[in-house]
Ligand binder design. Structure first.
Ligand code: FAD
Ligand code: MLT
Ligand code: ZN
Length: 475
């Protein structure tokens, strides 16, 4: 069997039989989904450009159940696709062929929360937004926020090492995750669910699973350090005349806002047109070539508002910014954030999306967009740039009415070569999944790729966990 659109052959895993289904039914009674309509949502990815044909989805509630499922699949040589909220953007979350889907949807219990340290311990299937609500009621925030918060699971966030909108302030999950529990391919439970800030007892094994995209084990529980909820959150939405001014605004922000700066996001005029057109959102400032969203999070509203106001006056006076608006009340803060957070949704309504997520040196970050705009012809419709500027992370997206192979040929490997030329990363935060595994060599040396392969073989010798994903395409 060969996947129609992609040149990949099914590996010789077993095919799920009636006996397997009966065994699954004994492990997770009443939670074995085989109804094709119900399976459809889990076979297709968020971007609707990848489709698997799995015949069964399992919904364990406990680590023990996950362990039994994996031990069974390992014994039977059945491939398994771990799935959280299915919001991944690189085709890692859905099967390529008929892999068994192991969903964390019912593993959604908070295990403990410590109100002095802010340590949250929970199962992997907790939805990010629900966790946020839970800890906010207790005076804390989850150190991670992203546009997919209403659907993505914390286990999926760890598995992809998601970056998102708060990374500038709280750092990556590699720092804020204190411990995790994972089940290995053969069913072994690896309990590293500690809540210690400091633990140098040899290799930091949890890091192997953070960003491993379901290829080394199934994350079943998470311990994460939540910072105190800031007393005041202010947002400024600004229009900038050019990308040079966006960069200077970032420098000015760091200098003038210091410790209260918590996000610095940018989007270009083309993004603004798309959110206006597809989502009917209104632009709150004068039309500009670039827009910047600056967020501050501090402990005293007046102090922060004064600092932000002072910064805006200076930026307007010096011409770095041509127009700007401030928000202190929750409703307006949300409204301004929606312009940035909902770009992904607007793009997906524009047609087929070619999505690139690269790390680049800041002074070259937007050149890739300009370069492609000059290079591409129809059927390319829109070439847009936005992203987490404060983290050096550009989201470059190209839309077309429908998938076009020649357009893909114009984009790849060009985008990857361009990125490698700057010593950038071909995946800043979305991961590798199915889509980017051919591009790994642009960002990692052969020795590193070989070591990745060796680790995979060590932890999952039969290769049953998320096959066809994340690891380099074999020659
Ligand atoms: P899924 O999509 O279900 O799975 C993603 C990968 O993780 C797959 O390879 C899957 O096999 C594996 N996996 C899932 N759960 C587990 C588990 N428990 N154990 C082991 N492996 C597992 N990403 C960012 O980094 N930053 C953003 O700002 C951001 N914004 C987004 C906005 C929108 C609107 C959308 C649709 C996506 C966005 N993403 C972003 C991408 C996506 O939301 C993240 O990758 C998210 O972390 C995926 O979580 P999930 O639960 O949906 O995982
Ligand atoms: C974002 O920052 O909006 C997300 O990473 C999603 C995307 O790149 O579209
Ligand atoms: Zn992003």
């Amino acid at each position: 069997l060969t996947c129609e659109r992609y040149p990949v052959r099914r590996l010789p895993f077993s095919v799920v039989s009636e006996e397997d289904l009966a065994s699954f039914e004994r492990i997770v009674p009443g939670r074995v989904v085989t109804d094709p309509e119900e399976l459809e949502a889990s076979n297709v990815d968020w971007l609707r450009t990848m489709r698997g044909c799995s015949k069964v989805l399992l919904k364990p509630r406990t680590t023990e159940e996950v362990s039994c499922i994996l031990r069974y699949c390992h014994g039977r040589n059945l491939a398994v696709n771990p799935q959280g909220g299915n919001t991944g953007l690189v085709g890692g979350s859905v099967p390529v062929f008929d892999e068994v889907i192991l969903s964390t949807a019912l593993m959604n219990q908070v295990i403990s929360f410590h109100s002095v340290s802010g340590t949250l311990v929970c199962q992997a299937g907790c939805v990010l937004e629900e966790l946020s609500r839970y800890v906010e009621e207790r005076g804390f925030v989850v150190p991670l926020d992203l546009g997919a918060k209403g659907s993505c699971h914390i286990g999926g966030n760890l598995a992809t090492n998601a970056g998102g909108l708060r990374l500038l302030r709280y750092g990556s999950l590699r720092g804020t995750v204190l411990g995790l529990e994972a089940v290995l391919a053969d069913g072994t439970v690896l309990n590293c669910l500690t809540s210690l800030r400091k633990d140098n007892t040899g290799y930091d094994l949890k890091q192997l699973f953070i960003g491993s995209e379901g290829t080394l084990g199934v994350i079943t529980a998470v311990s994460i350090l939540c910072p105190p909820k800031p007393g005041a959150v202010n947002v400024a939405f600004l229009g900038c005349p050019g990308f040079a001014e966006v960069l200077q605004t970032f420098s000015a922000c760091k200098g003038m806002l210091g410790e209260i700066l918590s996000a610095f996001e940018f989007m270009d005029a083309e993004c603004m047109r798309l959110v206006q057109h597809h989502l009917l959102l209104a632009c709150p400032v004068q039309e500009s070539p670039f827009y910047v969203l600056v967020e501050t999070s501090g402990s005293r509203a007046e102090h922060d508002a004064e600092k932000l106001g002072g910064f805006l006056d200076q930026a307007l006076g010096s011409g770095l910014v041509t127009d700007g608006t401030l928000a202190t009340d929750q409703r307006k803060v949300k409204m301004l954030w929606a312009l940035r957070e909902r770009i992904t949704e607007a793009l997906s309504r524009d047609g087929h999306v070619y999505k690139y997520d690269v790390s680049l040196p800041l002074d070259r970050l937007y050149d890739l967009v300009t370069d492609l705009r000059a290079r591409l012809r129809p059927p390319a419709k829109h070439v847009v740039g936005y992203g987490h500027l404060g983290d050096g992370n550009l989201h470059l997206n190209v839309t077309a009415e429908a998938f076009s192979a020649p357009l893909l040929g114009d984009l790849e490997p060009y985008v990857y070569e361009w990125t490698a030329g700057q010593r950038g990363s071909v995946s800043a935060e979305h991961g590798v999944g199915f889509r980017k595994r051919g591009a790994l060599g642009y960002s990692k040396p052969p020795e590193a790729l070989q070591l990745m392969q060796q680790l995979k073989t060590l932890l999952d010798p039969k290769g049953i966990l998320n096959p066809y994903k994340t690891l380099p395409v074999q020659a």
